[in-house]
Design a protein around this ligand. Structure first.
Ligand SMILES: [Zn+2]
Length: 147
């Protein structure tokens, strides 16, 4: 209470909720939402932490991630080549979307590896898709084509 001017420059941070509170909103020093003891930190630091915890951009990133996977497996006409070999009874666009989904699921389940260089590279060969289980990919690809 001795230094109100200092207090206006700091916030109270809840590490559990990943958000900050103004001093007047948490006079006890404990989080009003979850009850965790709050940590005092500078305004700027609290704002930055709030931004870092923010998941607003997540859905857009997920879409871009999927687009990148699609670009990798379809490049150099590979998408069309798969399409011709499998000759599925669906339009190419749909086929492309399904195979992309399959690859993303495979990566999630661990039998597909999506390889991306640490920084954007002009060398396309650094972007690739590897299969831990090729048999499985072929099997699932056939299933995608006849579905
Ligand atoms: Zn909390």
């Amino acid at each position: 209470m001795s230094n109100d001017r200092e207090k206006s420059k700091t916030y109270l941070w809840c590490g559990n909720c990943r958000r900050s509170f103004a001093h007047e909103d948490a006079v006890t020093g404990f989080c009003p939402v979850c009850g965790t003891e709050l940590r005092e930190m500078g305004k700027f630091s609290a704002i930055l932490r709030g931004l870092m915890a923010n998941e607003l951009v997540a859905s857009d990133l997920r879409t871009k991630h999927r687009q990148l996977v699609r670009l990798i497996w379809t490049r150099n006409g590979m998408g069309e080549r798969y399409y011709r070999v499998l000759a599925p009874d669906i339009p190419y666009n749909k086929f492309e979307a399904r195979v992309t989904e399959l690859l993303c699921r495979g990566a999630d389940e661990g039998w597909v590896k999506i390889v991306i260089p640490p920084a954007p590279s002009p060398d396309d060969s650094q972007y690739k898709i590897e299969f831990d289980d090729e048999e499985r990919f072929v099997r699932e690809l056939e299933a995608v084509a006849v579905k």
